[in-house]
Design a protein around this ligand. Sequence first.
Ligand code: ATP
Ligand code: MG
Length: 373
Amino acid sequence: MVPPLPQGPQRSLHILHLEDSELDHQLVCRALRKDKLAFQITRVDSLLDFSQQLAEQAFDLILADYRLPGFTALDAWSLLQASQARLPFVLLSGAIGEPAAVAAIQMGISDYLSKDDLQNLSRVIASALEVFKAKTAEARAVSELASSERRLAHFAQHLQTAIENERASIAREIHDDIGGSLAAVRLDLAWIARHGQSTEMKEHAATANDMLQHAIGASQRIMMNLRPAILDQGLYPAIQWLAESFQRRSGVKTSLVTNHPGMQCGKAIQLTTYRTAQEALTNISKYAQCSEVKIDLSDAEGVLTLEISDNGAGITAEALNNPTAFGIRGLKERAKVAGGWLDISTRPGHGTTVILTIPLDEASTTPTEADFL
Ligand SMILES: Nc1ncnc2c1ncn2[C@@H]1O[C@H](COP(=O)(O)OP(=O)(O)OP(=O)(O)O)[C@@H](O)[C@H]1O
Ligand SMILES: [Mg+2]
């Protein structure tokens, strides 16, 4: 029983037959007719005709004798691979020996059938077409997935750039507008404090000055979070500043070590590393309930590594896969855009370590669009 051909009975199968014997060709035609297969077949017996036919016509399948005058089916297979065409390719030959048949299948040739076995030809053709169709669909799915991942990565990169630019512009406005006004108010308050007649007035001026100092401190902190100007002094001083302010705010003992305080890297990498440390510390203050945080920033053999460990609650698999949490997912995307990767090592009850790794050479060749700010 011959399985139905994938194309359906209404469409006739177009076969390219590489065969130097007209008699063998006729036997093939007879075997296919016997199985009531609707087909058209074109015979060629040279490599030149083979490539010409491939270029001129659309075929569904190739049947190829193994040994032909001056070449073998493997040469035709190589020609097919070099061309744009992708077709199922069945060896139909006299005895070629098992090792040659296995080698041919390993090279990607669809199937092998002996000429003594023509009663199975339609079955072999149907199965070669079926397998080819499945492989084509799989290859298409893989390529669509890859291109959708590429689009997503571009989108993530675009989003990161837009967010950083927006942050920088808000920081500038706070600096120029609010910062400028607060500085002017401070001068006036100092004037009032100096020239005020009553003690009451001086007391009010002093209280207003305290509030003003608070507002100035807050606006500087907000600016720093939005656009870390401290990065201009280098990555290590910036991470040091983050660690110190984290310890001050949270009361959690925080240590920072590095093998290279003066390390240099591109702006995009600096910012990625800084934001990673920032998000990891924010997560620690929100969830870890820990007593100690260790940060290690190192630069060895052209690879930058940032490790932030806490001895807190650890992360459960559910929390890590939470679809509404974007912090860690965003860090992974950022790391990828910078040419690196982010790992999380954690065990519930035994703390969490966030590890960012960026090969500096590779990363420095990433697009300049990533060099935001
Ligand atoms: N250091 C940590 N210790 C314990 N749990 C953590 C730690 N870091 C992250 N988590 C857990 O992992 C989850 C995912 O973190 P992630 O930063 O992706 O999201 P989020 O902080 O909840 O939200 P977002 O960052 O989007 O504001 C958190 O909800 C928290 O449950
Ligand atoms: Mg978070």
